[in-house]
Design a protein around this ligand. Structure first.
Ligand SMILES: Cc1cc2nc3c(=O)[nH]c(=O)nc-3n(C[C@H](O)[C@H](O)[C@H](O)COP(=O)(O)O)c2cc1C
Length: 203
């Protein structure tokens, strides 16, 4: 099978998102300039460097109240955001926090999660998450969109502080099998990291 991505797809759902997998989920918490907490999951998310550590999340399509999603607006207006680690035990809360609600509605409270203060920035973090990355906003990259009413953009931030829950550290390492991070697959599917293996790099 081959198809041009600009043509109608040969399968009922466009297969692209089921091929770029697994995608980590950036569970982004922010605070607006008027003090409203916001939380939403973003699977177009990843690390983009480690000296300094940097992450990006991409906001696509419109918000019900306008062209831009709250996470992008808040990150740009306040200059900060938090990435909370979405793990299997928090899957329902993560899903709930993606609900399309009016601007200013606190999805952290809506999902029954507790806000904990950050150390270096004003935005709150999800207390229940096994790890949280405190980020300072760096820049937004505008990207093309097929739909003139949609905005596709990449929000990049520098990770300035990291919280890790003590119980997910075994010896001197983060034990990812204790965290069990969620990953986004295609369709309505998710995966969970339960198992890891090690390979030495060739010299
Ligand atoms: C697992 C998951 C991944 C998502 N990934 C994205 C994404 O990468 N980009 C995006 O714009 N929306 C994504 N969404 C939808 C947003 O979470 C949703 O539009 C949310 O309401 C945005 O909230 P905000 O306006 O408060 O930022 C995702 C939803 C789920 C459940």
């Amino acid at each position: 099978m081959f198809y041009k991505t600009s043509d109608p797809p040969p399968l009922p759902h466009r297969p692209f998102k089921s091929l770029v997998v697994p995608r980590p989920i950036g569970w982004i918490s922010t605070i607006s300039t008027d003090g409203k907490v916001n939380l939403a999951p973003y699977s177009f998310y990843n690390a983009v460097g480690d000296d300094p550590p940097m992450v990006m999340f991409c906001t696509n399509g419109p918000h019900k109240d306008g062209p831009l999603k709250d996470s992008r607006i808040n990150a740009e207006e306040t200059g900060e955001f938090v990435v909370n680690l979405a793990s299997y035990d928090l899957r329902e809360q993560m899903n709930e926090s993606s609900r399309h609600v009016e601007r200013g509605v606190d999805e952290m409270a809506l999902a029954g999660l507790e806000a904990a203060p950050c150390n270096l920035i004003k935005a709150p973090r999800v207390k229940e998450a096994a790890a949280n990355l405190e980020c300072v906003y760096l820049q937004t990259v505008e990207m093309p969109s097929w739909n003139p009413e949609h905005v596709n953009s990449m929000v990049i931030g520098e990770v300035v502080g990291i919280h890790i829950r003590d119980d997910v550290i075994t010896g001197d390492r983060v034990d990812i099998t204790k965290i069990r991070p969620l990953a986004r697959m295609g369709y309505l599917d998710y995966a969970v990291v339960n198992e890891v293996f090690t390979m030495k790099r060739p010299r």
